[in-house]
Design a protein around this ligand. Structure first.
Ligand SMILES: [Ca+2]
Ligand SMILES: [Ca+2]
Length: 152
């Protein structure tokens, strides 16, 4: 699978520093494609637990993870080319990252073969609403798309 331009940077590396870099390198040794993995620090930041894979996109690249937390809710969104072009997928935890529901498509571009890339997510605790924003080429030149989801 071709890798998208500019995809050498990994937000997991930036957010988790040296530990994240080790995890990314280990994944690339085992698989020819990239995955989204998650880890948390139940020890108050002194160490991280073993990581778990969040995406179900076999033989495809998952890139650019973004994470938002509010209370017990945790959302992770990423760029994913499992359907042949890049789309945005997400996974949600309702117990602050102890477990996740199976991942799902986030963007609404359907079967359009356009690129949806580099998501960011946020949660508004006042309205219990999750927001996602990403770069979207469905109308031609890249534009910014936004979606929201009430957290139940
Ligand atoms: Ca993969
Ligand atoms: Ca797409």
């Amino acid at each position: 699978m071709p890798r998208p331009a500019g995809s050498g940077r990994c937000d997991a590396h930036r957010n988790f520093g040296h530990i994240g870099a080790d995890i990314v390198r280990a994944d690339q040794r085992q698989d020819p494609d990239t995955d989204i993995r998650y880890t948390r620090s139940p020890a108050g930041g002194r160490r991280f637990a073993a990581s778990a894979r969040l995406d179900a996109g076999e033989s495809a690249n998952q890139w650019h993870p973004a994470l938002a937390v509010d209370g017990e809710d945790l959302l992770v969104a990423w760029q994913d080319n499992r359907l042949g072009d890049n789309d945005i997928f997400f996974a949600r935890s309702r117990d602050r990252g102890v477990s996740f529901v199976p991942d799902a498509r986030l963007d609404d571009s359907g079967s359009d073969p356009s690129e949806q890339t580099r998501p960011h997510v946020a949660i508004d605790p006042a309205t219990r609403t999750a927001y996602a924003v990403w770069e979207d080429e469905r109308l031609g030149p890249a534009a910014i798309a936004v979606a929201k989801m009430p957290l139940e």
